[in-house]
Design a protein. Structure first.
Lengths: 258, 372
């Protein structure tokens, strides 16, 4: 045997983002939100825009991951994150990348008016909506995105369409709005879909870098605590039920608003 | 009736340019002269001309105007622009003022400087579309949830609309606080000669806390968030600091004007367009030998309690005149501390019962004669 030790060359191929603070995530174990946040943060670094980005967090669990990043963050009321982001974007004279991270209650219920009007104005911002099919922070009430038959604390017998209406499909709804240049839906239930989320996030943010128009990405995330499931069961439920209702894919991707 | 606002320095002391403009233009030029290049607005009567002014003028100077989808969205846009460190403002009228309160509470909690002009119309609800002074309590008590304070400035002439806008931006930046300019449908619609010039109030602290992206700040990252009481540092220490600031403002920033008050036996107290009626009423009363004076609060919060209290101690009676039911009356009552008689002349004394009804100097003078 040769007495000399072979030199070990270590090369970092993957690890926590440089932007992440050394604090644990505030989310529940098994929550899908931190994964979706991670996908966005990685894209910001890959595009080299983290230093000129400002994140607007909605009210709820969705954006909590961004509190743990070394980024400029704004956060105010429940719903108006797109309007707030517009205020920042106008103030910085388009010299910044501004995006919102909102939950499905924040974005699709109380904030739907702000979302639609921001899209119609073709505001140069990007909206990320994390859809976990309920109001997670407040303990699992029905959201506009709750599936038919899904049990929540305000639909204890399951969501009945006759009384509570139907699930809302935001990315599809935004397609006919002229100011919208990109609209897509992904999920974070598998490594493949995590990569898909990154790809969509990158395309959406690139639209903003190129000053094309309003871009939107919905990400399906698991809420194991309020779904009352194990993380593994939650992945199965998302695959079989949630993705069946909310198909993944790009619904709109245009190079310019003609 | 003599115009009291041309008695002093506005008549010929300066060589500066005078312009004959409306109140809404004075608000506009006041904002622009203060360096405000960001306006977010929503149409509502009777302030539409202000919103239209900024839509017309800001693009010419490289500023930004956004017509929002609601006053709630206006509030959110103000939050965003103020957080990014620029001077920004909006104007609204009473129902819009009501709708905006949620975001104004967040702005106050996050200590973001900006200016909101409320052109009061009659309330509650849709009330009327004309002038009134029915938002006094909601503006001076912190109109939204949670208990906060805004500096409230009350112009009573077109010149003051212009000047107080500039003072408003200065105070907002100095204290990191929301400033409300509480005006009304009459002041916005009348035209008077105005001296248009930038007023220098002195240096201000740098906005090093603003969100601009970390690259522009040497890697420093900032969090401007309304959950600050929830996550970092605890809730009560922030409340303590906030109220320390409010006390400091109450000590240092009280502004008011007096007229013929030195030997007065009866003091009229009024703000806004009604202040003009009261000055006229004082002149009428003095001409007939009545010892009547006038106090006009320019800051409605902080209210000039001290001067009112002093006058009460000297044995003066008070007549509060306002185009609302008892609102400012409450502040006068608190200031007088039971030491003097207080009377009220309000909205029910308008010359007509409909929305066009106004308070006139003659009405005030008739009331004065009853009291002396």
């Amino acid at each position: 045997m040769n007495g000399e030790k072979k030199a070990v060359v270590k090369e970092k191929v993957y690890g926590p983002s440089e932007l992440k603070l050394a604090f644990p995530m505030p989310s529940c174990p098994g929550c899908g939100h931190p994964l979706a946040c991670k996908a966005i943060v990685e894209v910001l670094e890959e595009l080299g825009i983290a230093g000129k980005s400002i994140c607007v967090i909605g009210v709820g669990c969705a954006g909590m991951g961004f509190y743990m990043t070394k980024m400029d963050i704004a956060m105010a009321a429940h719903g108006p994150a797109p309007a707030l982001a517009t205020g920042i974007k106008q103030a910085l004279f388009d010299d910044a990348i501004v995006f919102t991270v909102q939950g499905d209650g924040d974005c699709a219920a109380i904030g739907a008016g702000y979302l639609v009007n921001s899209a119609a104005r073709a505001d140069q911002i990007t909206v990320f909506m994390f859809n976990n099919a309920n109001y997670g922070t407040t303990g699992g009430q029905m959201a506009p995105t709750t599936l038919l038959g899904q049990v929540t604390t305000t639909t204890p017998m399951g969501r009945d369409a006759k009384r509570y209406g139907y699930p809302l499909h935001i990315p599809e709804m935004l397609v006919p709005i002229k100011g919208v240049v990109y609209s897509a839906r992904s999920a974070v239930n598998s490594p493949a879909n995590f990569q898909r989320t990154k790809k969509y996030a990158k395309t959406a943010l690139q639209k903003q870098i190129d000053n094309v128009g309003f871009s939107f990405v919905e990400v399906l995330t698991a809420c194991v605590v309020n779904w009352h499931m194990t993380p593994v069961d939650a992945m199965t439920w998302m695959e079989e039920k949630q993705i069946a209702e909310y198909p993944l894919g790009e619904f709109k991707n245009v190079a310019s608003i003609d | 009736m003599k115009n009291p606002f041309f008695r002093g320095h506005y008549r010929g002391m300066y060589m500066a340019e005078m312009a004959f403009i409306h109140g809404y233009e004075a608000v506009g030029w006041g904002g622009i002269n203060a360096g405000c290049h960001h306006f977010f607005g929503y149409p509502i009567t009777p302030q539409n001309e202000i919103t239209e002014f900024f839509a017309r003028e800001l693009p010419k100077i490289g500023g930004r105007f956004v017509q929002a989808e609601s006053e709630s969205a206006v509030g959110a846009m103000l939050f965003g622009a103020a957080a990014a460190g620029v001077r920004c403002m909006t104007s609204t009228a009473s129902p819009g003022w009501g709708l905006m309160q949620e975001m104004l509470s967040h702005i106050s909690w996050c200590e973001l400087p900006c200016v909101v002009v409320d052109c009061q119309r009659g309330g509650p609800g849709q009330g009327t579309t004309r002038h009134a002074q029915t938002d006094y309590l909601s503006a001076t008590r912190g109109g939204g949830q949670g208990g906060y304070k805004s500096i409230v400035l009350a112009p009573s002439s077109v010149q003051e609309c212009h000047d107080l806008l500039q003072l408003g931006f200065y105070l907002a930046d100095k204290y990191r606080i929301l400033v409300v300019v509480l005006t009304d449908g009459i002041l916005i619609q009348i035209a008077e000669p105005v001296e248009l010039k930038t007023i220098d109030f002195g240096p201000l602290p740098p906005k090093d806390w603003a969100l601009k992206g970390t690259a522009k700040k040497g890697g420093r990252w900032d969090l401007i968030h309304s959950t600050r009481g929830l996550i970092l540092g605890g809730y009560t220490p922030i409340i303590k600091e906030l109220h320390k600031k409010y006390h400091q403002i109450a000590d240092l920033e009280v502004r008011y004007r007096t007229y013929q008050a030195d030997d007065a036996e009866l003091i009229l107290i009024a703000y806004g367009y009604v202040a003009r009626c009261c000055e006229g009423a004082v002149d009428m009363a003095r001409a007939q030998g009545f010892k009547v004076g006038f106090i006009q609060p320019i800051t409605l919060w902080p209210f000039p309690c001290e001067v009112v209290s002093q006058k009460a101690s000297q044995g003066c009676k008070f007549l509060v005149v306002e185009d609302s039911m008892e609102q400012m009356f409450e502040d006068v009552k608190l200031s007088v501390e039971g030491k003097a008689e207080i009377h009220h002349l309000g909205l029910l004394s308008r010359h007509l019962p409909g929305e066009v009804g106004m308070l006139f100097p003659e009405t005030v003078f008739e009331e004065v004669k009853k009291l002396l």
